[in-house]
Design a protein around this ligand. Sequence first.
Ligand code: GUN
Length: 352
Amino acid sequence: MSARILDGVKLANEIKAEVAEEVRQLAEAGMRPGLAAVLVGHNPASEVYVRNKVKTCEQLGIYSEKITPDESVSTEEMLALVDELNHRDEIDGILVQLPLPKQVDAKKVLLAVSPEKDVDGFHPMNVGYLSTQRPGLVPCTPAGVMEILKRGGIPVAGAEAVVVGRSDIVGKPVAMLLLNDNATVTVCHSKTRDLPGVCRRADILVAAIGRAGMIAPDFVKPGATVIDVGINRVTDPAEFREFFAGDPKREADFAAKGSTLVGDVHPKVAEVAGAITPVPGGVGPLTIAMLMSNTVKAATSNATSRRTASCIVITSAFGARNLLSLVALNADDSCVGDREREQIPRFATATW
Ligand code: GUN
């Protein structure tokens, strides 16, 4: 039996179409979402990722800026840049592409990003919101994994979920999201005893280790759903044959490019699993789609907070009695849209 393929390209296109519609409505109300992508240095993979992120912004109508500080940038200069972006109203989301050069303290830089603009969901404030089930910005790849399960019709509540890998960016947040959706979650790592045995318990197995083809068929319960987060480039012909011997499409790809991509899951797992994400074309496309979705989410809540803040200023400066006349005054202000004007009294009530 061959597993059902969970097509990430198709699901990402669905999400991007939904996001594009939200962007259109926000832009119509004068609140076009904006993303700043900061790329330092010339890491080829990072250059491709950032190029794709900016291109997707353009496709969806999101304003974007690619900022490329010099490779020799200091931590202090990065902090100053993030501070400037934190204060710019047209920038709703800030993405600092990782890895950063060695001389930059990446943790300090990520901590400086305003949690409201942290579209990567890496800020400790957003990590805390996720673990306490409060609304916040969720890391894009884990959010994409959950969309694949949801849109792929895979039940999560009550399922045994095993996550292999405990990174801050994927393993831990995906485990938290699965837990929040009522799965019974086990997180495995390099010190886990009997890894194949633990993985075989899984109804949902998420592989996020960064090791080509490590999850072998005997790690998988027949019929399980397997989500492969890994993207590993294979260049060694012997390794290539171990994964793809007898696959004419892959052989042609490898012959043409001298490399091919393989996930953390061995391709033969597709003969055991019930459903599986391919590599490429599985989780990868969802990561960018969720970044776009997070940017719209940030734009919506940033606009709400800006408006609430201005209501606090006007109501506390002039007293609540005069609020309605001030709302009327605001109505003459060309930078306030009809939809926003309607909201002002509501926000004022909520603020008080
Ligand atoms: N580098 C690799 N993946 C990511 C990601 O999801 N976000 C950022 N900012 N950098 C990365």
